[in-house]
Ligand binder design. Structure first.
Ligand code: SF4
Ligand code: SF4
Length: 282
């Protein structure tokens, strides 16, 4: 179990606790202000990545002091976790509303609107309170330059869309907007997602690994290597001697994306806590 499961999940998967998506948390004025500023100023994200780049080049004693300080601050405001699609399905099972949003990271990195993010919340009415907050910030944000209308999705359509993104190799993540409130599900990749860049290539993890680790069943694997093409974390290797793929549990983030490219159903996910080599790696 990751740190957030202990802090915000009573020892269970924190992102499956309905109270962490609740209207009560979202009603907090400080949190609403934070969400407003987050969506109003996408350039702040770029600035943060610039700061991380500077930190990476700083002398080691500066990094040793500053990194834990900055990480603690990040965990209080906007932090994520990799989540396999089965748990996304569980989350969609209890939230009341889903709205599809343009991805803030892609606005910065690609410079165009890419609707890879989903705002979720627990509210009695069909329209998300997340949506209402965004509308207060700027009505045009939700309609975007090239789309018409508000994109409120049924849970079924949201899940189908997320499955399609999985086939493209995108990794699912959940995000806090001032912990423990969870307001978003994102679909990330290493080249365009600033959070994944910070985590994987800048050694500044802004997301936990999943509560799972993948493993290959050698009896089913035919060595085709299709799965290796989608792993964004460099966790897979090919054994020439055995003509099979192997997964390094120390590098696996447990996203489960590799499974969707395996026609032999040779890859499964195990609870991270049961894999000694990975149980303490987050
Ligand atoms: S895609 Fe499946 S069968 Fe092919 S190498 Fe990977 S695990 Fe083995
Ligand atoms: S090996 Fe691990 S990190 Fe790589 S795609 Fe599979 S589950 Fe994700």
């Amino acid at each position: 179990m990751c740190e957030f499961c202990h802090k915000h999940g009573e020892g269970k998967k924190w992102y499956l606790q309905a109270q962490n998506y609740s209207e009560d948390l979202l009603s907090d004025l400080r949190r609403r202000k934070f969400i407003g500023e987050f969506f109003q100023y996408p350039d702040n994200l770029e600035e943060k990545v610039g700061e991380l780049d500077k930190l990476r080049q700083a002398p080691s004693f500066v990094r040793a002091v500053m990194t834990p300080f900055m990480l603690n601050r990040q965990k209080k405001v906007h932090y994520g976790q990799v989540v396999p699609v089965e748990d996304i399905d569980r989350i969609l099972g209890f939230v009341n509303s889903v709205v599809r949003l343009p991805c803030m990271c892609r606005q910065v990195t690609v410079g165009s609107e890419q609707r890879y993010c989903y705002g979720v919340s627990m509210v009695p009415q069909s329209e998300s309170q997340f949506t209402q907050i965004l509308r207060e910030i700027d009505a045009a944000y939700l309609t975007g330059p090239n789309t018409s209308g508000l994109e409120t999705l049924s849970k079924e359509l949201a899940l189908t869309s997320i499955h399609e993104l999985e086939k493209k190799g995108l990794c699912h993540t959940v995000w806090t907007f001032m912990a423990p409130f969870i307001g978003g599900i994102c679909n990330c990749d290493r080249s365009d997602c600033l959070a994944m860049r910070a985590t994987v290539t800048m050694s500044f993890p802004v997301m936990f690994r999943a509560e799972y680790v993948a493993g290959v069943n050698p009896d089913l694997c035919n060595g085709c290597r299709q799965c290796m093409r989608v792993c964004q974390f460099g966790a897979m290797g090919y054994s020439i001697a055995h003509e099979k793929v192997i997964i390094d549990p120390r590098r696996c983030y447990g996203c489960g994306i590799c499974r969707s490219s395996c026609t032999k159903n040779a890859i499964g996910l195990d609870e991270r806590s049961k894999i000694p080599l990975a149980s303490r790696l987050w």
